[in-house]
Design a protein. Sequence first.
Length: 287
Amino acid sequence: MKRITGHTRLLGVFGHPIGHSLSPVMHNAALRELGLDYAYLAFDVDPADLESAVRAIRALGIVGVNVTIPHKENVIPFLDEISHEARLIGSVNTIINRDGRLLGESADGRGFMQALSAAGADVRGKKAVVIGAGGSARAVLYALVTHGASVVVANRTVERGEELAKRINEVTSPDSVRATSLRPDSLREAVEGADLLVNCTSVGMWPDTDAVPCPEDLLHSGLFVYDLVYNPLRTKLIAEAEKAGATAICGLKMLVYQGAASFKMWTGIDPPVETMENAVLEEMSAR
């Protein structure tokens, strides 16, 4: 374990629950390799205590924190400044403490696009379906549209999807995003002509690994399926997609790439991405 001194600086992640988070393993592996005097911890922050937790960033001199479920949207009112992208999508996953002034950023979209690029996928001119309308979905939608895709967002609450589509369309181009429901008939219409399907929900995550976010018979060979779930690495959605002849990947690389983006925001240094990914894989195999 790295030696903690009176000079060690603190990083962390806010979430609820947070015990499952792989971020501490990933970031601390990178910090050790680079010899940086930081420590990264997980903080289980009840929603009722979120404002107090944000104040503690200033009070304790914490350099920065990641923000995960369920705080990505609710943390915004407690910050001093929000980046242009984070404000547009209404979601923050990274907070940077600049001399007591807290800046909210979103690294999710960058992580998502880097992972797609690494898998050889090009979204320009393509049709995509995004399932979910939470913080990660907002970042994914904005990234897809600004990289030239047209998107259907499918959500259990159609009104929430419509609000998100309106927000994205207002700042990109009209009709780039439209909303639909998760009803099988609505999903079928959207997925049949799609090139890319992205699951931005927690459906299929451990321990409920038999669940899928959409009916399996909608999957087809012309589809690229991206499941943001990474625990397990091979979800039922990925297995069913491959069975249907589709290309499918999990959310592990997005986790790593968005983590790497946050790391550079805090330290100004490019982290060892391969080390971060290997640390996550090693931790997952040990659980």
